[in-house]
Design a binder for this molecule. Structure first.
Ligand SMILES: Cc1cc2nc3c(=O)[nH]c(=O)nc-3n(C[C@H](O)[C@H](O)[C@H](O)COP(=O)(O)OP(=O)(O)OC[C@H]3O[C@@H](n4cnc5c(N)ncnc54)[C@H](O)[C@@H]3O)c2cc1C
Length: 433
C-alpha cells in the first residue's frame, strides 16, 4: 500500500507517521528547499515558523488537554517535541533544530517514509494535502479546481479572539455608542496613562514576520494596530479606540475605549475590534493583557496579518478530514481551519489514521465531541458561522452537564471529561497506537 502526503509541516509529518506505523509506505512530498515560502527558513520537517512554544502544558487547559490526547493517540510530533524541550515555565517549548531533526528521525525509523523534495502541483488518490497557510500557488490552483473558487481563501487579516469568561466584567462594560441600538459591545475603558503605556508597548513589541513581504493593498486598507499606534499619539483614539459616545453605567466618560464584539462561537468569545496585528503570538498575550479587563484574557485565536490559505471546510470536508465526494483525498492542518502547531499535528494524526482505515475498508474515526481533537473535527465540518482557522478551546466542546463555579475547576472538569471520553473511545473502537 502506498499513500502520498503533500507538505512536511506539522500536519503532514504526523499524518505520514500514522500511516507508516500502520504498514503503509508513504511518499512525503515537501517542496522546501527546492521551492520555499516567505516565512520558512530551513528545509527541516515541521519547522515552527514563528514562536518555538507549543503552548501550555497545564493539564487543566485546552492546550494541556490537546497534549494529553496527542500522547494517548501516539503522536510522533509530540514525542519529538518532548525530546527537544527547552525550559519555558509551564509551556512546552522546543529547540527548533533539534525538534525538526527528531521529527525526521522518528519518521525515518519506521522504514516506510520516503521524503521527496519536490513541489506537488496535482491531486491524486490516496493523498493527504497538508500544505498549510503558505500552500504553493500551483497546488492552490489545483485545490481551487476541486473545492470551487469561493471555498479557498488566500488572505487573512484577523483580530484576536478571547474567551468571554476570561474578560474581567468588573472593568469591561456593555454599552452602545450614544446609547443607540443594542448594547452589543463590551467596552474596556482606558485612562490617559494606561493608553500611553499601551501605545508604547505596542510600538516596541516583536513582530511575527520580520520581512515585510505583505505590503500593498491589504496592508494599506487594513492597518495593523501597531502601525496605527506609530502614526501618532492620538491615531488609535480617532480609530478603533474612539471613546466618544461611550459611557459607563454611572455616566463616566473615558480617554480611550477598546471594544470587544461577540463572535458567533458556541460559547461567548469576543473579537478585539480593529486589532488585526502582525505581532508575535506571545507578544500579543503580553501587550493586549495590558488592556483593562483583559489582564487574564485567554486567546482562542491570535491576530494575524499574513498570507493564509485555508478552505471553507464545512460542506467540503467530512469530520474525518476527507473530501465529500472524493473520499480517498484528505486534507489536514491549518488549511482545514485548525490553527496552531499542535492543532495541526492533531488533525494530521486523525487524517493519517483515517486514510489508512479508508484504504483498508475500515470505518473512519470522528473522536468524541468532548475531546478537543474531536471538537476540531466537528468545527471544520459543521460550523455554520464566520469560519476561520481556530485554536483548540473548551468553548468548542459541548457545555458541561453541571454548573461549576470556579474557572480553574470548570476547566479541570472539561479536561477530565475529555480524557475519559477518549479513553473509552479508544477501547471501543480498538484504535491501535
Ligand atoms: C507568519 C506566521 C506565524 C505563525 N506563528 C505561529 C506561532 O507562533 N504558533 C503557532 O502555533 N502557529 C503559528 N502559525 C501558524 C502555523 O503556520 C501553524 O500553526 C502550523 O505551522 C500549521 O501546520 P501545517 O502543517 O498545516 O502547515 P506548515 O507547518 O506550514 O507545513 C506545510 C508544509 O507544506 C509545504 N508545502 C506547501 N506547498 C507545497 C507543495 N505544493 N508541495 C509540497 N510541499 C508544499 C510547506 O513548505 C510546508 O513545509 C504561524 C503562521 C504564520 C504564517
Amino acid at each position: 500500500m502506498i499513500a502520498r502526503v503533500i507538505g512536511g509541516g506539522f500536519a503532514g509529518a504526523e499524518a505520514a507517521y500514522q500511516l507508516a506505523i500502520r504498514g503503509v509506505n508513504v511518499e512525503l512530498c515537501e517542496m522546501r528547499p527546492v521551492v520555499t515560502t516567505p516565512v520558512h527558513r530551513t528545509a527541516g520537517l515541521a519547522e515552527p515558523v514563528c514562536s518555538n512554544s507549543l503552548k501550555s502544558e497545564d493539564p487543566a487547559s485546552a492546550q494541556g488537554e490537546l497534549k494529553r490526547e496527542l500522547k494517548m493517540l501516539g503522536s510522533a510530533v509530540l514525542r519529538a517535541a518532548e525530546r527537544s524541550r527547552v525550559p519555558a515555565g509551564g509551556a512546552l517549548a522546543v529547540d527548533r533544530t533539534a525538534f525538526s531533526e527528531n521529527v525526521e528521525n522518528i519518521l525515518l525509523s519506521t522504514g516506510r517514509v520516503t521524503v521527496i523534495r519536490e513541489e506537488v502541483t496535482e491531486i491524486t488518490p490516496n493523498t493527504i494535502i497538508a500544505t498549510g497557510p503558505l500552500t504553493s500557488e500551483k497546488l492552490a490552483a489545483a485545490i481551487e479546481k476541486m473545492s470551487g473558487k469561493e471555498r479557498l481563501y488566500f488572505f487573512d487579516a484577523a483580530a484576536p479572539i478571547v474567551t468571554g469568561e476570561s474578560i474581567d466584567r468588573e472593568k469591561a462594560f456593555f454599552a452602545a455608542r450614544y446609547g443607540k441600538g443594542d448594547a452589543d459591545y463590551l467596552n474596556c475603558p482606558m485612562d490617559a496613562e494606561e493608553y500611553r503605556a499601551f501605545r508604547l508597548a505596542l510600538m516596541s513589541a516583536r513582530k511575527a514576520i520580520l520581512r515585510d513581504f505583505e505590503k500593498g493593498e491589504l496592508f494599506e486598507n487594513c492597518m495593523p494596530i501597531e502601525e496605527l499606534a506609530r502614526r501618532g499619539e492620538d491615531a488609535m483614539r480617532f480609530g478603533p479606540l474612539r471613546p466618544v459616545g461611550i459611557r459607563s453605567a454611572n455616566g463616566e466618560r473615558h480617554y480611550a475605549v477598546v471594544q470587544l464584539r461577540k463572535e458567533d462561537l458556541y460559547d461567548g468569545a469576543y473579537n478585539i475590534v480593529g486589532f488585526q496585528t502582525n505581532l508575535a503570538f506571545p507578544e500579543q498575550e503580553r501587550v493586549f493583557r495590558m488592556i483593562p479587563g483583559l489582564e487574564k484574557a485567554e486567546f482562542v485565536r491570535y491576530g494575524v496579518m499574513h498570507r493564509n490559505t485555508y478552505l471553507h471546510s464545512p460542506g467540503f470536508l467530512r469530520s474525518d478530514y476527507s473530501v465529500i465526494g472524493a473520499e480517498n483525498v484528505f486534507f489536514a492542518g491549518q488549511i482545514t481551519g485548525t490553527e496552531g502547531y499542535l492543532e495541526s499535528a492533531a488533525s494530521g494524526l486523525v487524517a493519517g489514521i483515517n486514510l489508512f482505515r479508508r484504504m483498508t475498508g475500515g470505518e473512519t474515526l470522528t473522536l468524541p465531541a468532548e475531546t478537543v481533537t474531536g471538537s476540531m473535527q466537528r468545527y471544520i465540518s459543521e460550523y455554520a458561522g464566520n469560519f476561520q482557522p481556530m485554536h483548540v478551546s473548551f468553548a468548542l466542546t459541548p457545555p458541561l452537564n453541571e454548573k461549576i463555579r470556579g474557572k480553574a475547576e470548570r476547566k479541570a472538569a472539561y479536561a477530565t471529561r475529555a480524557a475519559a471520553a477518549l479513553e473509552t473511545y479508544i477501547k471501543q473502537k480498538g484504535v491501535t497506537i
